[in-house]
Design a protein around this ligand. Structure first.
Ligand SMILES: [Zn+2]
Length: 270
């Protein structure tokens, strides 16, 4: 059993009481049950005055591109047809790609006080004192605005037992070096098709381990390795590395169509 007291002590040790934190997590990584379950774990952070931000992506709202839109270098296979859902995304929807996102984002999304960002596919959600200010910056064509806002709050990113391929903020680092994010499509609340900005492939992000090992604080909680990054330090270092070594973001899959396009600078919007 992972005791709540241990989670509480870890938050104190990491010195993140009252801070804004973007969480990426795997509950399996603890190797044991958490006392009181996932809600107790979330509540320890909230009781310490933390603001928690999580990715609550919902891929079911993707639709096919309009016929006239064929952006080049968009990391997209235009010959594949999506089976479109009739449902429409709103910020009060609790729809989430649960298997990809995990139980903590799923649970936060069900909480009454949570705030969800305005992005049909790649929304972030938050809970806690500054959640509204951070999350309300998100727009369909400004997917990583909440992470930029988190940086203004001198916030943190906490990886709970997951590797850097879950670290969405590295896409923001790519954007900071001038790469354009990929364009996908969804419907707005009036059911009209809109363009939305989405991050690309994250599998190559594990390559950053060689450069980010001294940017994080590491601590073991049960069997779960927690890695805490100041988002500002992370973005500064990662953007520098991408500028010097653009290939760093490339994954191992030779058939990946997103990585080469991202490295080439992203979609040509004309
Ligand atoms: Zn890839």
């Amino acid at each position: 059993m992972i005791l709540i007291r241990l989670i509480s002590e870890t938050i104190k040790k990491l010195n993140i009481k009252g801070k804004c934190i973007c969480l990426h997590s795997s509950l399996k990584s603890f190797g044991d049950e958490i006392e009181g379950g996932v809600l107790s774990l979330i509540n320890v952070f909230l009781d310490y005055g933390c603001t928690i931000i999580v990715p609550t992506f919902s891929y079911k709202f993707l639709i096919n591109p309009p016929d006239e839109k064929r952006y080049k270098k968009n990391g997209y296979n235009y010959s594949i047809k999506i089976d479109e859902s009739n449902e429409i995304f709103t910020t009060s929807s609790n729809e989430i790609s649960r298997k990809d996102m995990g139980l903590i984002p799923y649970t936060i999304l069900q909480m009454k006080e949570r705030i969800r960002g305005n992005h049909p596919v790649c929304s972030f959600s938050g809970i806690g004192p500054f959640a509204s200010e951070i999350i309300k910056t998100q727009k369909p064509m400004d997917v990583f605005a909440p992470l930029r806002e988190l940086a203004l709050f001198n916030g943190y990113i906490l990886l709970m037992g997951v590797d850097l391929n879950r670290l969405t903020a590295l896409h923001l680092a790519e954007q900071m070096t001038g790469r354009k994010m990929f364009i996908r499509w969804a419907r707005d609340t009036n059911e009209n098709p809109i363009e939305i900005e989405c991050g690309g492939c994250s599998e190559g992000f594990v390559n950053f381990n060689a450069f980010l090992y001294d940017v994080d604080k590491k601590v073991l909680v049960g069997k779960s390795l927690w890695r805490l990054f100041s988002i500002n330090a992370l973005l500064k270092k990662a953007a520098r590395v991408i500028q010097l070594k653009p290939e760093i973001t490339r994954c191992n899959d030779e058939k990946c169509i997103r990585c080469p396009d991202a490295i080439a600078g992203g979609p040509v919007l004309e």
